[in-house]
Design a protein around this ligand. Structure first.
Ligand code: AMP
Ligand code: GLY
Length: 471
């Protein structure tokens, strides 16, 4: 078996799923060099060399790459921060190691405004109406307020406020969900506007899907759709988070989508990719997952909510364990420019994230549910791992925001551990995921219980039906 070295830049459970896929390679013996945000217990165990870089700054990542240059064949970067800050350009320039992620200039996740302008040019039909508010254009807060209220008149208040810069899904405020009055909306606007440009766009009604594709710079190797639930609490209530859980169906589209919806998504993504690539004139620039399009399926077809320049967290966890091919070969396909397609098993997958009491404001909203004595206590994953005896490869436990200290694993502040279930149906996959999540003890962790439930899916199906009737 050929021995290779891979550098993984890791933030949390999403990259643990990559590490898992790489280390299960049937064709290669993979030595892992992991630059990690924390002493993630899974990564520490799997790595040939492991380094903690808490802010994942590019300089320290490069130094780690330089020191291990001779052993590393390629690198893969999962999280947005180092991608946006130029990890690809810097590592390639300083070490010659080829890197899987877009080049800095084309990591458009950095700016929601830049994305909107690009899509307006290429696929205006998929863009909600939007307006850009740049602090430089306004003399005073009163001035800005006037302009915002005028735009709200036009949108009949049905508006979404988004800071230009990425905020891990947490800066977006939606009319009717996060504010009920213009004053509240304006407060939210100002809390972001004081730091920079803010976008206010039309609130659109529909059901969300996450569309991802691996890209070798020349082709989009599209992946099945997944559905992420970003709101903190059951029934899609509460603030937006990084994503509390996600599912994938047996087929490429989601239960509330028609085949035509999926084809529309593909057509939009391919058009954007084609025309964007033609402008760029660098056939490797878009390597990685440059177009993770968050779609909203509306009565007027799919609209783009945003683009990310990296795999979705948790969404890519719904895909990696059920790739038909060796993930290392997929990576080589991306590096060599010959990845035209990726095949995925026809199974369903469900991911449930367990998070600490502080996450999504849970402790404040449900103080009675929080066992104070458990907060920050060690998390015990052993019973969840034990379930592999029962489920085999149909369960995967992906530690995220947790760290290894004196042989124990402690929760940190973000999404602590994801549990993936695989099944012949969504229901079956969900049962596995929840059994795994329930087996994890300690840390005062909690999770949404309705991700991919029959009721949740029926609600989405019904919602789309209503929208289509009105169309
Ligand atoms: P984003 O970070 O832009 O994906 O937004 C986070 C969440 O806010 C999305 O998953 C949606 O639930 C919601 N959202 C964003 N943009 C819109 C929009 N134009 N209309 C309705 N909801 C939106
Ligand atoms: N799950 C949403 C994201 O990765 O941005």
């Amino acid at each position: 078996m050929e021995k290779i070295g891979v550098l993984v830049v890791s933030y949390g459970a999403r990259e643990v799923a990559m590490v898992d896929a790489l280390s299960r390679s049937p064709n290669y013996k993979v030595d892992l060099y992991i630059a990690d945000k924390q002493r993630n217990p899974f990564n520490v165990e799997k790595a040939a060399k492991h380094v903690v870089i808490p802010d994942l700054n590019v300089e320290d990542i490069c130094k780690f790459a330089e020191v291990n240059r001779q052993q590393i064949d390629f690198a893969i970067v999962g999280p947005e921060k180092p991608i946006i800050e130029g990890a690809r350009d810097q590592i390639e320039k300083r070490t010659g190691i080829p890197v899987i992620c877009p080049k800095q200039k084309y990591a458009i996740e950095v700016s929601k405004v830049e994305q909107r302008l690009l899509f307006q040019e290429i696929a205006p039909e998929a863009n909600p109406r939007f307006k850009v508010f740049n602090p430089k254009d306004f003399k005073s807060t009163e001035d800005a307020k006037k302009a915002v209220y005028l735009w709200l008149d036009e949108l009949k208040n049905q508006a979404v406020v988004k800071p230009d810069r990425p905020t891990a899904g947490k800066g977006v405020g939606v009319w009717g969900d996060h504010f009920a009055t213009r004053e509240q909306l304006f407060d939210h606007f100002m809390s972001n506007f004081q730091y920079g440009t803010v976008l206010i766009e039309e609130k659109i009604d529909g059901e969300e899907s996450s569309f991802m594709a691996f890209c070798d710079g020349k082709h989009l190797a599209v992946l099945p759709d997944t559905r992420d639930h970003k709101r903190a609490f059951d029934d899609d209530k509460g603030p937006n988070t990084g994503g509390m859980g996600s599912y994938k169906d047996v087929v490429d589209q989601l239960p509330f989508m028609t085949k035509a919806d999926r084809e529309n998504e593909l057509a939009i993504a391919q058009k954007i990719f084609r025309e964007w690539s033609a402008k760029i004139n660098d056939s490797t620039a878009l390597r990685g997952v440059p177009l993770y399009l968050a779609f909203m399926h509306t009565r007027g077809g799919p609209k783009i909510l945003e683009d990310n320049s990296r795999p979705g967290d948790p969404e890519i966890m719904n895909i990696l364990p059920v790739l038909k091919e060796d993930f290392v070969d997929v990576c080589y396909g991306m590096l060599e420019g010959n990845l035209t397609r990726v095949d995925v098993d026809k199974v369903a997958t469900v991911l449930t994230y367990k998070v600490p009491p502080s996450y999504g404001g849970y402790a404040e909203v449900f103080p009675g549910n929080v066992k104070k004595a458990e907060i920050d206590t060690p998390v015990d994953l052993s019973a969840a791992y034990e379930l592999t005896r029962k489920f085999g490869d149909r369960i995967r436990v992906y530690p995220g925001s947790m760290e290894l200290k004196n042989g124990l694993t402690y929760p940190l502040k973000s999404r602590v551990v994801g549990v993936l279930g695989v099944g012949e149906s969504i229901e079956e996959a969900r049962a596995v995921s929840l059994e795994g999540a329930n087996a994890i003890k300690g840390g005062g962790l909690w999770n949404r219980t309705d991700v991919a439930s029959k009721r949740t899916i029926e609600k989405s199906v019904h919602h789309m039906k209503q929208l289509r009737i009105q169309a």
